[in-house]
Ligand binder design. Structure first.
Ligand SMILES: CC(C)(COP(=O)(O)OP(=O)(O)OC[C@H]1O[C@@H](n2cnc3c(N)ncnc32)[C@H](O)[C@@H]1OP(=O)(O)O)[C@@H](O)C(=O)NCCC(=O)NCCS
Length: 322
């Protein structure tokens, strides 16, 4: 049987740092509220770089880390809800810019769970034997869809990209991936597209922004995050003690704290970088995994769970031996 393995990772964040104090000047908020309710101190906001630019810079680092060239890749899957254009997809822009061969390249949309979905798709395509080396990216410029007059959302969202190169292995490294959707809850977290025109003369609409029912999303997240971790442990016959780390989607420090309490997992095992980057949607998980590897919180051979939740509503997770 063909198994999938992480060959390398990389990430990129824009240089521009936006502090809580910067946001105090835009909306009725304050550093104390943001830190205590979310754990966020800073976030990165792109200036002039679009999603494919962030994705490209993360991908180059992941290829370097994997010690392979762009021509070795035969599959690109990008998770994003903030592509440069409705089409072409970010994956196709990336394929062209990296100078890859003529290969399969497409985007997936599962909001903040997007990277787990992309990983699932790439993992299964490699396991099928049809593909051998995949570039899987989570990249977002959420701030272009954030209403910086809405204090409920503008303190949370930010821009980043993370990338992972997958290859084949005789041993099971990606042991299990679970992905779920519950579309009847779509109204809790969404971004409207442009509405259909009544006729061709209908004037252009106001640009759409992210909308969220924060408290309901909080309840959803603190239910599904512990659930997916427990299911992964059960279905792979591992115990919490065997895990080196849990790398959860960085949406809110309190969601991670509460999940750790429910799971009775020491908080030290929950990776966190939300303080510096905020919620970067599909980029959050690969950015966090890359940072965990760079800071030696994850080493070769370590077992870890990554899990996410988000718009859709969607959620999912993976049990991985790095
Ligand atoms: C958004 C979130 C931080 C709000 O925290 P909360 O403790 O639920 O706060 P509430 O929404 O109950 O709001 C409490 C008060 O703070 C206010 N408030 C909201 N945003 C604020 C801000 N940035 N600064 C100051 N006050 C704010 C609210 O207006 C409300 O005031 P009111 O009581 O006068 O109406 C929290 O619900 C959350 O993180 N939810 C999950 C969101 C998420 O992760 N989304 C992405 C998933 S991928």
């Amino acid at each position: 049987m063909i198994h999938t393995k992480i060959l390398g990772t990389g990430s990129y964040v824009p240089n521009n740092i936006v502090t809580n104090q910067d946001l105090e000047k835009l909306v009725d908020t304050n550093d104390e509220w943001i830190q205590s309710r979310t754990g966020i101190v800073n976030r990165r906001v792109t200036q002039g770089e679009n999603t494919s630019d962030l994705a490209y810079k993360a991908a180059v680092k992941a290829l370097e880390d994997a010690r392979i060239t762009a021509q070795d890749i035969d599959l690109i899957v990008v998770a994003t809800v903030t592509g440069d254009f409705p089409f072409p997809a970010v994956a196709q822009l990336l394929q062209g810019r990296l100078g890859c061969n003529i290969i399969t390249a497409f985007d997936v949309n599962a909001a903040c769970t997007g990277f787990i979905y992309a990983l699932n798709v790439a993992d299964k395509m490699i396991q099928s034997g049809a593909y051998h080396k995949a570039l899987v990216v989570g990249a977002e410029t959420l701030t272009k869809y954030t209403d910086f007059e809405d204090r409920n959302t503008c303190v949370l969202f930010a821009d980043a990209a993370g990338a992972m190169v997958l290859g084949t292995s005789d041993e099971p490294h990606i042991e299990k991936i679970l992905t779920y959707a519950k579309g009847d809850l779509e109204g809790l977290l969404s971004m409207e597209g442009y509405p259909l025109k009544v006729d061709f003369k209908t004037p252009d609409q106001k640009r759409p922004f992210i909308k969220m029912q924060g408290t309901e999303v909080f309840k959803f997240a603190t239910t599904v995050l512990p659930e997916v971790v427990e299911t992964l442990l059960k279905e792979t016959n591992h115990s919490v003690d065997e895990l080196s780390l849990i790398v959860a989607h960085q949406a809110n420090r309190r969601i991670i704290d509460k999940s750790a309490r429910v799971l009775k997992i020491p908080i030290e095992k929950m990776f966190m970088n939300i303080d510096q980057y905020g919620n970067t949607s599909a980029a959050s998980v690969p950015l966090a995994i890359d940072e965990a590897i760079r800071t030696k919180r994850l080493k070769r051979g370590d077992l870890f769970i990554t899990a996410a939740f988000g718009g859709g509503l969607t959620w999912g997770g993976a049990m991985i031996r790095y």
